[in-house]
Design a protein around this ligand. Structure first.
Ligand code: 5RP
Length: 262
C-alpha cells in the first residue's frame, strides 16, 4: 500500500521526516509555519504519540500553535522557553550560503525571532526553493498599520539606492482587506527579482521607521534538508557541504495526513 501524494507533497514530507530525526527527547523545539512545516509538526506529533518523544514546542504562528496542540505536542511560549535547542521551518528561497527569503506565509517576524533564539535552525524544503541569488520570490516586509502608505513610499525611495533589479512594492491583501499578521501588522511584498547584496538590503530596510522586520534570514540557517518526490532527502550543512542523503519509502503507516491510496 503506498501513499497517494503529489510529488511536491512527497518532497515536503520526506524533508520533514528527515529533519524530525534531529529532534530528541528533552529538546525545546521551534516549530515553523507553512505547508512544509505542517508536515514536520505532524511528524513530531506522531513521534510524541507513538515513540514517547518528550518535547516542548514553541510555535511561530497561531496556525502552527493550533496544529501542534491538535497533534499532542506540548506548546510553550518563547518567553517560557527562553532559548531553544533547534528550530525547524520552511523557506521560500535559499541560496548556496543558506541565506533565505521567508514570510510567504506571513509569519517571518515570529519565525526570525524564534530561529535567532535557537542553537540551530534547520530549513525543510523541496528543490524548487533553491536559487543562486535571492530575489525572484517577493521579499516580505512587515510594517505597522499606522502610516503604512508613507512607510511604503520611504521603502520605495530606499530601494532606488539598492542593488536590486525590480522595485515594485505591493500591499499584501486578504480578499478585499489588507493582510493582518499575528502581531496585527501589514505586509509589503517587495518585487525585487534579484537581490545583489542581501545583507545590506536587510540592514537598510530595518532602519526605516514603521518597518518591523524583513524576510531575509542572513547567517541564521545551519542546514537545509531538501526533499525529493522519489523519497530522497538530502542534507546540506553550512559547514560541511552536502553531508548525507537518506531514502524514505512512502508507506501507509507514514501517511500522517490520512490520504492513502488503497
Ligand atoms: O516563511 C514561511 C511562512 O512565513 C514559510 O516557511 C514559507 O512561506 C514556506 O512555506 P511552504 O512550506 O508552504 O512552501
Amino acid at each position: 500500500m503506498s501513499i497517494d501524494l503529489s510529488p511536491i507533497d512527497k518532497a515536503k514530507f520526506v524533508a520533514a521526516k528527515r529533519a524530525a530525526q534531529y529532534v530528541e527527547s528533552g529538546m525545546k523545539v521551534g516549530l515553523g509555519t507553512g505547508s512544509t512545516a505542517s508536515w514536520l509538526v505532524k511528524c513530531l506529533g506522531e513521534m510524541v504519540r507513538d515513540d514517547g518523544l518528550k518535547i516542548q514546542g514553541v510555535p511561530t504562528s497561531s496556525r502552527t500553535a493550533a496544529l501542534a496542540r491538535e497533534v499532542g505536542i506540548e506548546v510553550i511560549s518563547l518567553d517560557e522557553a527562553k532559548w531553544l535547542d533547534i528550530c525547524i521551518d520552511g523557506a521560500d528561497e535559499f541560496d548556496p550560503n543558506l541565506n533565505l527569503i521567508k514570510g510567504g506565509g506571513g509569519a517571518h517576524l515570529q519565525e526570525k525571532i524564534v530561529a535567532t533564539a535557537s542553537d540551530q535552525m534547520i530549513v525543510i524544503t523541496d528543490a524548487s526553493k533553491s536559487v543562486e541569488t535571492l530575489g525572484a520570490f517577493p521579499l516580505p516586509l512587515e510594517v505597522i498599520p499606522f502610516g503604512w502608505q508613507t512607510t511604503k513610499t520611504i521603502v520605495e525611495e530606499a530601494l532606488v539606492g539598492m542593488d536590486v533589479l525590480g522595485r515594485n512594492v505591493s500591499l499584501r491583501m486578504n480578499g478585499d482587506a489588507p493582510y493582518v499578521t499575528d502581531e496585527g501588522n501589514h505586509i509589503l511584498d517587495l518585487h525585487l527579482n534579484r537581490i545583489g547584496n542581501a545583507r545590506q538590503l536587510s540592514l537598510v530596510l530595518n532602519q526605516i521607521p514603521g518597518v518591523v522586520e524583513n524576510g531575509l534570514f542572513i547567517d541564521i540557517c545551519d542546514a537545509v534538508v531538501i526533499g525529493y518526490g522519489d523519497g530522497r532527502a538530502e542534507v546540506r550543512d553550512i559547514n560541511n557541504g552536502t553531508v548525507d542523503e537518506t531514502k524514505f519509502d512512502f508507506l501507509a503507516e507514514d501517511n500522517i495526513f490520512g490520504d492513502v491510496a488503497e
